[in-house]
Design a protein around this ligand. Structure first.
Ligand SMILES: N[C@@H](CCC(=O)N[C@@H](CS)C(=O)NCC(=O)O)C(=O)O
Length: 207
């Protein structure tokens, strides 16, 4: 079986993929990258990911970057973990919508609020419209529960859930009750706890 390697720094967006790998239950290696030492911008790592960004994974000879793409890839590549909604299932479109909604709408809307422009752009010109609209849509989706796709926990919960968790932690997303309940619910999953505990250790070691 091709080897799976996560290029990782804790805590960072690669923690999203760390959790996803724990959910998968497949063997994987962690290759730590120190931002402090600038290892992500050294030639050895830029040869793997020219963006110099984490998360990055290697699966055999394939390099995959972008957290949501990695989670989508892993869920499809290891369907036995039941973290995807497979092609042919009528719910697949909604599942993909949530996987894209994180990096296309939630993250840019949050960062735009955190780092406002001098000249506000027209909401219609922005793919994510505005943060209030985005948060309202996510609130309604997570309030139903238990998961975004209903009873099935999927890769979309790993990406959207991580975004909400980190967003609230850094006070970039308001602590609405429906977000808190959802993040607490998915944070109870054994895989989430394993990834978070290991990340705490890794972060303490790196400090
Ligand atoms: N669009 C990327 C963003 C990845 C990203 O910005 N990662 C940060 C860590 S949280 C990083 O690698 N920063 C290092 C740098 O830009 O030098 C994704 O969603 O995976």
């Amino acid at each position: 079986m091709p080897k799976l390697t996560l290029y990782h720094a804790a805590p960072s967006r690669s923690s999203i993929v760390h959790w996803m790998l724990e959910e998968l239950g497949e063997p994987y290696d962690i290759h730590l990258i120190s931002f402090k030492k600038g290892e992500n911008l050294k030639p050895e790592f830029l040869a793997v990911n020219p963006m110099g960004k984490l998360p990055t994974i290697k699966h055999g000879d394939a390099v995959i970057t972008e957290a949501a793409a990695i989670c989508t890839y892993l869920a499809d590549e290891f369907p036995q973990a039941k973290l995807n909604v497979p092609i042919g299932n009528p719910q697949r479109g909604v599942y993909l919508k949530w996987l894209f909604f994180g990096p296309s709408c939630v993250e840019p809307a949050v960062l735009e609020r955190a780092f406002p422009r001098k000249e506000p752009a027209r909401p219609a010109a922005l793919g994510w419209r505005d943060l209030d609209t985005v948060l309202e849509i996510v609130s309604k989706a997570v309030a139903k529960g238990p998961y975004l796709m209903g009873e099935q926990f999927t890769a979309a919960d790993v990406t959207i859930g991580s975004g909400l968790r980190f967003g609230m932690m850094f006070k970039l997303i308001p602590e609405r009750k429906e977000f808190q309940d959802y993040v607490a619910r998915i944070g109870q999953r054994p895989a989430a706890k394993r990834a978070q505990d290991r990340d705490k250790e890794l972060s303490a070691q790196a400090a």
